[in-house]
Design a protein around this ligand. Structure first.
Ligand SMILES: *[C@@H]1O[C@H](CO)[C@@H](O)[C@H](O)[C@H]1NC(C)=O
Ligand SMILES: *[C@@H]1O[C@H](CO)[C@@H](O)[C@H](O)[C@H]1NC(C)=O
Ligand SMILES: *[C@@H]1O[C@H](CO)[C@@H](O)[C@H](O)[C@H]1NC(C)=O
Ligand SMILES: *[C@@H]1O[C@H](CO)[C@@H](O)[C@H](O)[C@H]1NC(C)=O
Ligand SMILES: *[C@@H]1O[C@H](CO)[C@@H](O)[C@H](O)[C@H]1NC(C)=O
Ligand SMILES: *[C@@H]1O[C@H](CO)[C@@H](O)[C@H](O)[C@H]1NC(C)=O
Ligand SMILES: *[C@@H]1O[C@H](CO)[C@@H](O)[C@H](O)[C@H]1NC(C)=O
Ligand SMILES: *[C@@H]1O[C@H](CO)[C@@H](O)[C@H](O)[C@H]1NC(C)=O
Ligand SMILES: *[C@@H]1O[C@H](CO)[C@@H](O)[C@H](O)[C@H]1NC(C)=O
Ligand SMILES: *[C@@H]1O[C@H](CO)[C@@H](O)[C@H](O)[C@H]1NC(C)=O
Ligand SMILES: *[C@@H]1O[C@H](CO)[C@@H](O)[C@H](O)[C@H]1NC(C)=O
Length: 667
């Protein structure tokens, strides 16, 4: 029998593409060489006997690991004969915080090791986003531990077939069919070792994916079967095979422990006996030898368990009385939903000494997450459940907005009508404090200018950098926060929408803040990006003049900042409005440009305000298509009745980038 088989193989092997045959088995990655046995890309690395895909200490990280040579999928690029292959591997996905959003891992077949347009932070480090699929022939099997409702993910634990697109062609919750045909779910994000088998039949254009925890023998029925002729469009003559994964703010260890692949027969079996095991960090792992010590420890543990069990039960009972049940719809949204209990601990039971501030919106507390990250927890009172629900849909996309000049949202929580939003902590507080409340720590001109540019870039991202226009609606100096490097970041985006859905108690502000509101909002309710530009203009003037938009104690003609500056500008001495406390620090031309830009942004006609793109170009001194000085002088007048003062026109040209902050590219 064996002789027959041997003869069979011997005789027929030459006809089954002998030159390109790939057949390997890596039971472990111990002793393997980068470039020879696997090719590691970016943050992927050998870590003892396994491959770790991402780097925990980088905020955005991706890694890929490919077999070094491409495998042949077709005899020539225009052939329709597609080869088959079979692969099997063991992986483990372990997030540091079990409740954080997950990222997962993908098995990839690609004609390039760096798919063009792939984001470094999300979508397995392979794709851009739903609207722009990656262009190279690329086929991936995703083992996704996060839920993106907008990409039709059914849950945060699923397998999907991705054809050049983050939106899967087919998805299935992770699990396997046991011998009696029952579906047994498998949790992929608790660090357990999971074995996967992928069978790709190029004749049938069919992919079978099967998973099972290591220790469970190979299920006969695949977890997912996908059969569609379109697969042919995503296969090129030769392709790299391997893995890819990425992460953003949260740490998730994606590991590949073993891998086998063959393009001539069923992939060889992985020997799973001595695989390392990865568990969530746990406190009690002492292995002290003595039996007595063991007994003592066991007793102590028992007592502690009983006591803490009782405590937890008591606490749970107590919390249960306070906390609402989590409603099903709340689980659908992406930014991480913290439990009330979690935030209670994080903020030291919302203690007074953690209070960072309070205002019309509610209170803000400082908190510390279990991984020692400092966060700000903002509590917003709200009465309308319906409004809240709509708002959550928005939060889910807000949480995805990522830009260096936005305060990053980490998650949220709801208790009754109170909504809690968790943001990255901004150690230096809000901009207004640095201009109005702290005469000793007064922010100098260069800093102010840089912060204004930062905010302009953040706002530009909201307006133009995202697939839908996000209107902030509440731009003001107290919503501009300074991070540890004193760079400006825009906070509270999208919150104004919540206020619109249902007024929040004890505040007169419904949408936006008096003094920053564009005039057209008094008559036309719909805010636009131009009304944000208006508010930004007010901030420009506020920061340049060191005055609040409405200064009730000032002489009558100076009460409304915009009117005052506009009047001075008309008289040709706008610079008189500049903050006297920073006199001498600024270049007069530069100051004049900022004041003029502020007035231009505050033009009564929304159509004639510049866009944020133009604002940035002017602030960093870039060339813009339309002659900026003409544009601005004309715009800055705001009112055709005001006679334009002389001398203002050509100064803008002087604000060249010589000593200005270098223009920072937008992603
Ligand atoms: C790794 O590559 C080297 C060089 O090609 C080869 O000799 C070795 O057998 C490979 N290791 C494994 C486990 O396949
Ligand atoms: C693996 O090799 C590639 C180039 O062949 C290199 O860019 C990469 O940094 C290497 N990775 C590691 C972890 O050594
Ligand atoms: C992660 O990246 C940082 C810098 O980006 C580097 O210093 C560090 O060595 C990397 N960590 C690992 C484990 O490769
Ligand atoms: C496929 O391409 C080769 C060369 O690129 C050409 O000679 C051959 O005629 C093509 N076959 C078909 C069916 O188009
Ligand atoms: C495709 O396969 C068929 C049947 O095996 C064979 O006759 C044909 O020549 C193949 N075509 C190419 C381009 O290899
Ligand atoms: C991958 O395929 C695309 C489209 O067929 C092609 O433009 C590109 O050159 C290919 N890249 C490589 C590295 O083969
Ligand atoms: C298979 O799974 C079903 C449902 O999970 C379960 O009821 C059944 O007992 C399992 N059968 C075996 C043989 O494990
Ligand atoms: C692919 O499917 C065809 C038709 O069912 C079958 O004849 C062939 O053996 C399969 N190939 C592999 C590699 O399983
Ligand atoms: C995929 O699974 C189905 C159902 O078990 C089976 O009929 C088919 O042959 C499998 N295909 C491959 C390529 O393994
Ligand atoms: C698996 O590996 C262990 C040791 O690592 C060995 O004792 C065992 O025989 C191996 N099993 C098979 C089926 O090769
Ligand atoms: C998604 O694609 C659109 C269209 O090109 C682009 O404008 C948008 O910035 C992309 N979003 C992300 C998050 O990359």
């Amino acid at each position: 029998m064996e002789l027959l088989l041997f003869l069979f193989l011997f005789l027929f092997q030459p006809f089954i593409s002998p030159i390109f045959a790939v057949d390997f088995l890596y039971n472990s990655f111990n002793g393997l060489t980068n470039g020879t046995n696997v090719t590691l890309i970016n943050d992927a690395r050998f870590d003892n006997s396994v491959i770790r895909m991402t780097n925990d200490s980088n905020q955005y990280s991706f890694g890929r690991a490919f077999y070094p040579t491409m495998i042949r999928m077709k005899p020539s690029s225009n052939s329709t004969n597609i080869s088959s292959f079979s692969t099997s591997f063991v992986f483990s996905i372990l997030p540091q915080v079990s409740t954080s959003p997950g990222f997962g891992l993908a098995f990839v077949l690609s004609n390039t090791t760096s798919p063009p347009g792939a984001l470094a932070s999300q979508y397995f480090g392979l794709f851009t986003n739903a609207t722009v699929p990656a262009v190279a022939p690329l086929l991936a099997v995703e083992f996704d531990t996060g839920q993106n409702p907008e990409f039709n993910d059914p849950d945060d634990n699923h397998i999907g077939i991705d054809l050049n697109n983050i939106v899967s062609a087919k998805v299935q919750s992770a699990g396997y069919y046991n011998s009696s045909g029952g579906f047994v779910p498998v949790r992929m994000r608790n660090g357990q070792n999971i074995r996967a088998w992928i069978e790709f039949n190029g004749t049938n254009l069919e992919i079978n994916v099967t998973i099972a925890p290591v220790g469970v023998s190979r299920p006969t029925r695949p977890t997912l079967t996908y059969r569609d002729a379109v697969i042919a469009n995503y296969v090129s003559a030769e392709m790299y095979v391997g893995f890819s994964a990425s992460k953003t703010n949260w740490v998730e260890a994606q590991r590949v422990l073993s891998w086998s692949l063959s393009d001539t027969r069923t992939a060889r079996d992985i020997n799973t006996t001595n695989l390392p095991v990865f568990k969530p960090e746990s406190s009690s792992s002492s292995l002290s030898a003595g039996a007595i010590a063991g007994i003592v420890i066991a007793c102590v543990v028992f007592v502690v368990i009983c006591a803490s069990g009782y405590f937890l039960w008591w606490r749970h009972k107590k919390l249960k009385e306070e906390e609402d049940e989590i409603e099903e719809w709340e689980l659908e949204y992406w930014p991480h939903r913290f439990s009330y209990a979690e935030l209670n601990v994080t903020t030291g039971e919302f203690s007074k000494d953690r209070l960072l501030g309070s205002g019309g919106f509610g209170r803000v507390y400082k908190g510390t997450l279990p991984n020692n990250t400092e966060v700000a927890v903002k509590c917003v009172n709200h009465d309308s459940n319906q409004g809240l629900r709509e708002f959550m849909a928005e939060i889910s996309s807000m949480g995805r907005l990522q830009h260096k000049n936005l305060v990053q949202m980490r998650g949220w929580c709801r208790k009754g009508n109170e909504l809690m939003l968790v943001y990255d902590c901004m150690p230096n507080g809000s901009l207004n404090k640095w201009i109005f409340d702290q005469p000793k720590k007064l922010l100098g001109w260069e800093h102010r200018r840089r912060v204004l540019i930062d905010v302009a870039e953040g706002l530009n991202y909201l307006h133009h950098g995202w697939d839908q226009v996000v209107i902030h609606r509440d731009i003001k100096s107290s919503n501009i926060l300074l991070d540890s490097d004193m760079r400006g970041r825009l906070g509270d985006f999208g919150l104004a929408k919540l206020y619109q859905h249902g007024e929040i108690p004890n505040t007169t502000r419904v949408v936006g803040t008096l003094g920053y509101l564009a005039p057209e909002l008094a008559t036309v309710a719909a805010p636009t990006s131009a009304s944000d530009v208006y508010s930004f203009g007010v901030v420009l003037l506020e920061v340049a003049c060191g005055r609040r938009p409405i200064e009730t104690t000032a002489p009558e003609e100076e009460v409304v900042l915009i009117d005052w500056v506009r009047e001075l500008y008309a008289k040709g001495n706008a610079v008189e409005a500049a903050d006297p406390r920073i006199k001498g620090e600024y270049d007069v031309g530069e100051m004049e440009m900022v004041l003029k830009l502020g007035l231009a942004c505050c033009h009564p006609d929304p159509q004639r305000r510049p866009t944020m793109k133009e604002v940035i170009a002017l602030m960093v001194g870039e060339e813009v298509a339309t002659a900026p000085s003409d544009l601005l002088s004309e715009l800055a007048r705001g009112d055709s009745d005001v006679v334009l003062g002389g001398g203002g026109d050509d100064d803008l040209g002087k604000a060249t980038p010589s000593q200005a902050t270098p223009p920072v590219r937008l992603e």
